[in-house]
Design a protein around this ligand. Structure first.
Ligand code: FES
Ligand SMILES: [Fe+2]
Length: 438
């Protein structure tokens, strides 16, 4: 439970808010590179941390991210003409480069030096792994972009999905290990699983115990369950990385290389950036984890993009159509929920909390310990930045983001965090350490 004021602090991300200031200390994924496919292509509306911005790719290939309103008299630069190395407002022809400088002002006499005094809001951008990153913070020289393995590999890929709710309740789903065995797998029984694999242990024990620890990058958790062997536990180890990244323990440590950014578009809309690099060794395909036909992944059918502020990366299963709920599907035992798959299930439960979850009404249990700690870490970091100027975790230390998540068997006597230090390290081959089964 959080007091209403504390919840406001946690959730509000616009300019001048505590959490908004915290987010602006970091580089932020703004959009996918392929949304600005070619030089001089159509500008794109981007909602980011409560600001309306226009993204455009200029002739040389560089990306600009500029305030929506033209600094002259406020027409939207979305209607702008993307011309040679700049975006020209169609109202009176003022033209801006990627840095926001006014480079042409044809509506003023040629001997007037006014254009040198006009600047549009513009945020610096870099591209990496298919993501356009931007820095919206106060520094003249931005900090480094975090070392996220899944965004730095030559074969890195990214896909985006918008969610119609506050970033924090969406993010909390990823660090909530307990929900997987209900929301996504409540229809699965132990008989549907193969003995000894990771899914088997999760279904057999739906109430794991937890360990949580503060780290340089945020928080790590380990959810542990007994196995068939009296000497070992099965651990699922996942991460929250400041200010809005998660690593979910899918598959065995250290094979999977993935990270998700829960980027606030504003207080009530979030864009998830799912960054994935190829696994370091083959992972057993999902269907082979269960004896049952069908799968839990289901459909991720998307609607075509529109040019609206909220028109990009929209899932077809939406709060306005009950996320395509079909109770007969649940009745047939094909899913727990009747929803069309894992992504729709996550959308349904988090969007149904309301745009901003009222945490003054919740009742947290022992399985919510990771969520409690993550909120606290963010709140304290935002307060420390506001009151003492303390730089939040990871801002100046890109190397702390070199992390992986996953499942692993450990001796019961082992310290889970120490014992997996090497396995959790990204940018490493891990020869000889690879887990053999999931
Ligand atoms: S409003 Fe943009 S040039 Fe006048
Ligand atoms: Fe989920």
């Amino acid at each position: 439970m959080l007091a209403k004021e504390t919840n406001e602090l946690l959730c509000r991300v616009g300019p001048g808010t505590e959490m908004g200031d915290l987010m602006r200390q970091y580089w932020v994924p703004a959009l996918r590179s392929d949304e600005l496919a070619t030089p001089d292509s159509a500008p794109v509306r981007v909602r980011l941390l409560g600001e309306n911005l226009i993204a455009f790719r200029v002739t040389s290939g560089r990306v600009g991210l500029i305030g929506n309103h033209c600094p002259h008299r406020g027409a939207s630069l979305f209607y702008g003409r993307n011309e040679e190395e700049g975006l020209r407002c169609v109202y009176h022809g003022w033209k801006f480069d990627v840095g926001g400088s006014c480079v042409d002002m044809p509506s003023e006499p040629s001997d007037c030096n006014f254009k040198g005094k006009v600047k549009a809001v513009a945020y610096p951008c870099v591209e990496r792994g298919g993501v356009v990153w931007t820095y919206m913070g106060p520094r003249q020289t931005p900090p480094p972009v975090p070392d996220l393995e899944a965004n730095m590999d030559a074969q890195a890929q990214v896909y985006t999905v918008m969610r119609k709710c506050n970033y924090m309740q969406a993010l909390e789903g990823d660090i909530d290990s307990a929900h997987f065995a209900f929301l996504h797998m409540g229809h699965i029984t132990v008989d549907d699983t193969y003995d000894g694999n990771f899914i088997h242990y999760q279904i057999r024990e739906r109430a794991p115990r937890y360990e949580v620890t503060d780290t340089e990058f945020g928080i790590s958790y380990g959810a542990y369950r007994p196995t068939d062997n009296d000497d070992t536990y099965f651990w699922r180890i996942g991460n929250f990385l400041c200010p809005f990244y998660t690593q979910v323990p899918l598959g065995p440590l250290p094979l999977r290389r993935a990270v998700r950014a829960w980027v606030p578009m504003d207080d009530e809309h979030t864009m998830s950036f799912n960054m994935v690099a190829p696994s370091v060794a083959e992972i057993v395909p999902d269907p082979e984890r269960l004896k049952k036909p069908g799968g839990i992944v289901g459909t991720t059918e998307m609607l075509p993009d529109t040019t609206d502020w909220y028109g990009r990366s929209r899932l077809k299963a939406d709060i306005v159509n009950d996320h395509l709920l079909d109770r007969e599907r649940a009745g047939r035992g094909e899913s727990y929920t009747g929803l069309p798959g894992l992504v729709a299930e996550d959308h349904a439960v988090t969007e149904s909390m309301g745009s901003i979850c009222d945490r003054s009404q919740e009742h947290l249990g022992t399985s919510d310990v990771m969520i409690i700690r993550t909120r606290l870490r963010l709140i304290r970091a935002a307060q420390a930045l506001r009151t003492t100027g303390e730089i939040p975790p990871g801002v100046d230390n890109p190397e702390v983001y070199r992390q992986r998540a996953g499942g692993v068997m450990l001796p019961r006597s082992a310290n889970w965090f120490e014992a997996t230090k090497s396995l959790r390290t990204g940018f490493a081959e891990h020869a000889g350490e690879l887990a053999s089964k999931r």
